[in-house]
Design a binder for this molecule. Structure first.
Ligand code: GLP
Length: 248
């Protein structure tokens, strides 16, 4: 794994955005895997800024979002689809028909997951996957557990994860859906390149298990150690004490 530590979350976000921009410059039709969450907002702000200056073109790209809540209609303003629309898609030129989501409101959720996997395969697989990490080490909505799923599936969310997502629901944890659809760990690891971004002190433990911990389903992020092309972008707080002198 290649680890880069930046002083601030803003610098880390800019570094991640420039990896996406460089990729689209070299490969305009790249297939992107995209996350939601606070960490991604800084990255999307920067991508929108780069797009506004003409520095990045999304017109031939394609995107697959990593996860979505179960039970929210696609136009629900609390859905990850709405999050993406607000923070990225309305500000760039990625055509609507090239944007893919798991539909957490589908009647047949298992069928929806299969169809999503099929669409990823049909697109030729994910070229560049941006990822965040949960404080408990989850990636996408693959929560710590004794066993993980390889492919896209319906997942039960842990209380701490629902708490972390409560902001979208007016701070009401009880309003956060108990289930989500998410790419599986195999779907994530199939991406040709992965960029994981983590900022803030609260992520330091998850980051440590990602970088130096044993590989275990109890810390899903640790499984990224099995991938040969992972770039980890951190701010100094998320890097904790492990990289005090390696500030980029
Ligand atoms: C959320 C999402 C993940 C995201 C992670 C970190 O629950 N399902 O895809 O990467 O948790 O979110 P944040 O950046 O808000 O800390």
């Amino acid at each position: 794994m290649n680890v880069r530590v930046y002083r601030t979350a803003g610098e880390a976000a800019r570094a991640a955005a420039s990896i996406v921009a460089d990729r689209l410059d070299r490969q305009p039709a790249a297939v992107l895997g995209l996350p939601t969450g606070r960490t991604s907002r800084g990255i999307y702000d920067e991508l929108a800024r780069l797009h506004a200056t003409g520095a990045v073109d999304f017109s031939r790209a394609r995107s697959f979002n990593v996860d979505e809540f179960v039970g929210l209609p696609p136009n629900d303003r609390r859905s990850f689809r709405a999050f993406m629309q607000k923070h990225l898609f309305r500000r760039i030129n990625l055509p609507k028909d090239r944007i893919h989501f798991l539909d957490g409101h589908a009647e047949d959720l298992a069928g929806e997951c299969e169809e999503f996997e099929r669409r990823i395969a049909e697109a030729g697989g994910i070229d560049l996957l941006l990822l965040g990490v949960g404080e408990n080490g989850h990636i996408g909505f693959n929560e710590p557990g004794v066993a993980l799923h390889a492919r896209s599936h319906r997942a039960r969310l842990r209380l701490e994860t629902r708490r972390a997502n409560a902001d979208l629901f007016g701070g009401r944890v009880s309003a956060v859906p108990r289930e989500a659809l998410t790419m599986g760990v195999g779907t994530l690891l199939d991406a040709r390149a992965i960029v994981l971004v983590a900022t803030g002190k609260a992520k330091a433990r998850a980051v440590a298990s990602l970088l130096t911990g044993r590989i275990t389903t109890a810390r899903p992020a640790s499984l990224l150690q099995l991938h040969h092309r992972v770039e980890v972008i951190l701010d100094s707080a998320a890097a904790g004490k492990r990289f005090p002198d390696r500030t980029a």
